[in-house]
Ligand binder design. Sequence first.
Ligand code: ANZ
Length: 765
Amino acid sequence: MDRYRPLKIEQKWQKKWEKEEAFKATEVEGKPKVMLAEMFPYPSGAGLHVGHVRNFTIVDVLTRFFRQQGLNVMRPFGYDTFGLPAENYAIKTGTAPQDITAVNIANFRKQAKKLGYAIDWSREINTSDPEYYRWTQWCFLQLFKKGLAYQKESYQWWCPEDQTVLANEQVENGKCWRCGHEVEKKKMKQWFFKITEYADELLDEIDNLEWPEKIKVMQKNWIGRSVGAEIDFEVEGGSPKIRVFTTRADTILGATFLVLAPEYAGLQHIVSDDCKEAVEKYKADALKKSEIERQENKEKTGVFTGAYAINPATKERIPIYVADYVLAGYGTGAIMAVPAYDERDREFAEKFDLPIVEAELIDKDAYGTPKITYRMRDWLISRQRYWGCPIPIAYDKDGNPHPIPEDQLPVMLPEVKDYKPDKTGRSALAKAKDWLTVEIPVKDPKTGKTHMEKMTRETDTLDGYACSSWYLWRYASPHDDKAAWDEKAISYWEPVDYYCGGDHAVAHLLYVRFWCKFFADEGFLPFREPIKRLLYNGYINAPDGKKMSKSKGNVIDPLDVIDDGYGADTLRTYEMFIGPYDMDAAWDTRSVGGVYRFLNRCYNLCFDAKAIRVDDDKNVVVRNKTIKKVTEDIHRYNFNTAVAALMEYVNELYKNGASNEDLKVLAKLLKPFAPHLASEMLEKLDSDEEWPRWEEKYLVADTLELVVQVNGKLRAKLDISVDDLEDEEKIIEMAKTDSRVQKYVKGGIKKTIFVKKNRLVNIVV
Ligand code: ANZ
């Protein structure tokens, strides 16, 4: 008997696919398309891990599924290569990040090919390639032209020992991650993208997206629209008025003091002379805390400013405090404290012995003006780092920023020897003396004449999230040197139909949406939402259920599974079988073996001459049922139950014997998961790969009655299939949208309850 030899089979098919450029995508006018992508990886030195494999395989299953259905499919690939790991390695070893990155990409590519992914390798992109970042710079310039890229002073974490700016995640318990020195906040000029300009649209359109509910909620909370009012309070002694933001203007009669954020602009004009020292000291301490720490429910701290304001409603004189529970970047950075109604204010009042007045509520609009505030801030994009996309700006002698003309792009990253930031906190680019000076054409506003002017380049680079904010569009025309993306290609392929990732629920996904709306407004994009459907996959944990980490020594290298002789098909199928795709799952080595045995059984059914052959009729019911189940499961992203259905099917075929048709169906349904083995089977069966259809007539007996109640009263009975009973979302949707039910739920649904064992849905309105 012939034996299943995965490595041999896989090599054979991978070679063939490579040679034939089997997955190359080209636009075909009028032919329906599907575009799919994963969140492109950072190619780390450690290579692909189990999480990548899960993520990429989900995309691959869908890719192959749609290909087999005859759709025009594009599945590109890319690398998100700028960032700190390569830079830190460069600082430590002196190796250029460019070189490190090239090695890591080559490794990732090799590994991805070993997994048999149906990637169009001609559409491979790399964000640190000048061919790519030229257009990241172009994107920046468009935002700059419209005033959506701007500079302002902002507080940054600063390590006085390393003389460097730190990102939030590089501050551990108030100390520098590298040297352990206590960090400070330093005021520095930084670049921002004005994402807040699109806050309303970003919020309002979330509901229309086919995205997981939890991601939608996270995005909404992040944007955090808050409807309230701004109210002005006069300050005694003629200092400028203090404007507060409140969502409870109706509580103003109970406002017994004001609180300012320590960073409040103009604080120095308010504080009385004898309180200056105490306020300064308090401020210095507060700046060492992160916003998260400041919002933690610890004992309230604060300090009196020595100044008083007048409550415009009661006309009473109320003290002004500074406290770090009031944040600088939210609202106006000042609040009216109403201890009788607000918990935080109450704690503060109790600690500082301030009056707590249970005043009556008044009309919201009596004082102040309506105001909408957002929790989301503008996006800070400048990094004092070498290994990033250079910001295409230069400064004249007065320090005014000028855009580098588009025809001078890309602003190339210069080669340097030492990648460390300089002592003033500027990136290593500041040490590239030749690179630093540039001549730029400047138009004289009076004469209209253009002359060349010597300027100094910006030494900040862009946040890596800027590079990943437009890469999905680059896939449409990845090597275009005329434009960031080709208009025709992008209107054919995009928006992206399926996007899959297990990270970046908020930042990245919000940034892409923001850029999309901006470029749509500028006439560069024919759509306003970049991603139709999002799949958010769970983590794969170590066999002990804990997160895999090098330090715990519990890391599973997915490629060991291949090299141990199990092969890529087993690895892929196992990671789809491991559990619902959106839930975390623990690696189980025994189960890997189980999947391998299953594939082996598939192989033997097809290739073992002794396997029993039967008529097509014999398995017609189970065959049709399996087609339906696997098709619908893949559509619903239930990859694990699709694999389980294939396993059951194979069991049946072992029991009953298999016909040629049974085997063809098996190979076709198996192909998205185990493409090499399935190709080998299809070749032997002399079959195409076209996705099979089921015939309803073989599935009839399987309907049940579902009872729908509204507030406990029977409103409809529906006929549903047995399989539907497993799908709560679908059941509830069918119940809600039934014409007999609809008139009772018009006023809005409070809750739906599905009792599976009674086949009953109760809708509470
Ligand atoms: C008086 C008041 C009375 C408030 C009351 C609340 C309850 P959201 O819903 O999150 O927008 N606030 C305003 N600016 C702040 C800042 N920079 N830092 C910390 N807190 C701030 O919350 C708005 C409420 O949070 C505002 O309404 C203000 O307190 C506080 F019974 O004003 B309120």
